[in-house]
Design a protein around this ligand. Structure first.
Ligand SMILES: C[S@@+](CC[C@H](N)C(=O)[O-])C[C@H]1O[C@@H](n2cnc3c(N)ncnc32)[C@H](O)[C@@H]1O
Length: 270
């Protein structure tokens, strides 16, 4: 089905514009035959060295499967927030589930320009009730936003000079479930805590404050999430990348005890 509010453009024009907006991190379908990632790779996936230093990922199916477990009754009328939304993939896919509002923000103009381009030309699903903002996470509290049912905090924790304050900002906006996906220190530290790291601010996928912290282990994150008032926490993914030796986890944290029972009990990557 095509959505009439989508702007008309020929396939050649769309491909030209997608190339001009590269590099892309999110593979998002625009039409039945064209997606932002498939212009560069048949699978919609590339490693950073193949894509100007940016991984190209295609996580729609996995994301929708997890949301199906989390909201078996559907997401109609729910509110979704994606912190560090990049090209907005998760907002577009959440909108496919009829959320009443999907809001995404990212500190970089590059990504928000991509998100707005997709919002303009995506024909395969509705694009109303989606909003994008070019914003630093630390500036969000002053905007006075109302809480969201589901808050995504993916790929941002380890790009912040004060990640606890950053996560606290996201938690304050979460009424039901917060998803925390983060890289971790890969050296297997047993002690609870965060390990200092510095990063350049030029790479498009990095933070903008130079100073950053990697959690030592998932237990550190459980403790912080419990302190932030989450009563049910599930580890949904725990993966170590053999080339970079970077470890990455994904945690679901719910306000209500027992809330995450509907999630299928398997940890990806173990
Ligand atoms: C590793 S990418 C993760 C992208 C996306 N959340 C995902 O999981 O696919 C990191 C993203 O965080 C954004 N970012 C970094 N620091 C930020 C900040 N202080 N506020 C908002 N966005 C930030 C970057 O511009 C980039 O899009």
């Amino acid at each position: 089905m095509n959505y009439p509010e989508a702007n008309a453009a020929s396939e050649d024009q769309l491909i030209e514009r997608i190339r001009a907006l590269a590099p892309w991190h999110h593979d998002i379908a625009l039409t039945a035959n064209l997606s932002t990632g498939k212009v560069f790779s048949e699978t919609g996936r590339l490693l950073p060295p193949e894509n100007q230093g940016v991984s190209l990922i295609s996580p729609r199916e996995k994301f929708l499967r997890r949301l199906g477990e989390l909201y078996p009754e559907g997401m109609s009328g729910r509110r979704f927030l994606d912190c560090a939304c990049n090209a907005g993939g998760y907002c577009f896919w959440a909108r496919e589930l009829d959320v009443s509002l999907a809001v995404g923000f990212d500190v970089r103009a590059h990504w928000i320009e991509q998100a707005r381009f997709v919002a303009r030309y995506r024909q395969v699903a509705p694009v109303d009730r989606i909003e994008f903002y070019e914003l630093d996470l630390y500036d969000v509290p002053q905007l006075g936003w109302s809480p969201f049912d589901l808050v995504y905090f993916s790929g941002i924790f380890y790009h912040l000079p004060d990640p606890i304050t950053g996560l606290k900002i996201a938690a304050a906006l979460t009424s039901d479930v917060l998803v925390l996906n983060t890289a971790m220190d890969h050296t297997g530290k047993q002690d609870m805590g965060l390990t200092l790291s510095f990063e350049g601010t030029e790479p498009l996928m990095s933070g903008v404050h130079e100073l950053a912290w990697l959690p030592n282990n998932p237990e550190t994150l459980y403790a912080v999430l419990r302190w932030l008032g989450f009563r049910d926490i599930v580890l949904a993914a725990d993966q170590t990348n053999p080339t970079s030796r970077r470890r990455r986890v994904e945690l679901y944290a719910a306000r209500q005890p027992g809330r995450l029972q509907s999630m299928v009990a398997h940890v990806e990557g173990t």
